[in-house]
Design a protein around this ligand. Structure first.
Ligand SMILES: Nc1ccn([C@@H]2O[C@H](COP(=O)(O)OP(=O)(O)OP(=O)(O)O)[C@@H](O)[C@H]2O)c(=O)n1
Ligand SMILES: C[C@](O)(CO)[C@H](O)COP(=O)(O)O
Length: 233
């Protein structure tokens, strides 16, 4: 297995969560959300280092969390940007130039499994760019002004998650061009697609949710409880 560096963007505002502050600090089973996410990568021996992208005014609080919770991994903190894409780009600029594989993983996705990270890294080593995703389970319709205009064939639809894994040279090229040409995407793979390069899909896990809106905190507590019960069974 190849080693990698992971960039964890955590410099959002958490507006949809509505907590009045960055959701990364919300307690999930007595630990801040971002600590859960960092712990997964701390446990993966193939993770060389974490580049944690944070809001300028939260640098001290994030550093304190890393010490308080004893995260056993090199974590470098860099200030983020206004949008997620800019935060990731700031993180990419901080990656050691001799690194081959870089992962990008939302701070707000604490349930990624090390086994899925490893599947993803293998695919990125082989194919250059790979993402974790799950088949869409709902029926999806296009709606305009409250009326259905189309029912989309879901057989080729996948809901995309993070981590997303890339050769460092490829993702840097995509981000640089996107910045130059003003292209923006809601994930990093879309920048790679936009420059005409291929992206492999690795099937992931429905539990790898992003904590986005308040009810996700309840789902998250349920996932933690279920995993604890599985471990004790
Ligand atoms: N300028 C930004 C915006 C987002 N993120 C990070 O990108 C991840 C995914 O973004 P999202 O869930 O949209 O988080 P927020 O931007 O915090 O949420 P919202 O859009 O509801 O404000 C999060 O870990 C978030 O902290 C970031 O690093 N920099
Ligand atoms: C990158 C991502 O997690 C893929 O699902 C997501 O697109 C990021 O945030 P969003 O603003 O909630 O789309």
């Amino acid at each position: 297995m190849k080693n990698y560096t992971v960039i964890i963007p955590a410099a959002g505002q958490g507006k949809r969560m509505g907590a009045g502050h960055n959701k990364q600090f919300l307690l999930l089973h007595d630990k801040p959300l971002i600590v859960h996410t960092l712990t997964v990568f701390a446990q993966d021996t193939h993770c060389r280092e974490v580049i944690l992208v944070v809001n300028e005014q939260e640098i001290e609080d994030m550093s304190a969390l890393i010490k308080t919770y004893g995260i056993q991994k090199t974590v470098r903190i860099v200030p983020g940007g206004r949008e997620r894409q800019q935060s990731v780009f700031e993180g990419l600029k901080a990656v050691s130039s001799d690194e081959e594989i870089v992962l990008i993983h939302d701070g707000a996705r604490p349930f990624i499994k090390v086994s899925d990270i490893q599947k993803l890294v293998r695919s990125a080593v082989q194919d250059g760019a790979a993402i974790i995703a799950v088949p869409v389970k709902d029926t999806v319709k296009q709606v305009e002004q409250g009326e259905v205009t189309n029912t989309v064939d879901r057989s080729s639809l996948w809901a995309v998650q993070t981590p997303q894994a890339f050769r460092l040279s490829g993702i840097l090229k995509a981000h640089k061009r996107a910045e130059r040409d003003g292209f923006s995407g809601t994930d990093d793979a879309s920048l790679v697609e936009w420059i005409g390069e291929r992206v492999r899909v690795v099937e992931g896990d429905y539990q790898n949710i992003k904590l986005t809106t308040p009810e996700d905190m309840w789902f998250a507590e349920a996932i933690i409880k279920m995993r604890k019960e599985e471990t004790n069974a």
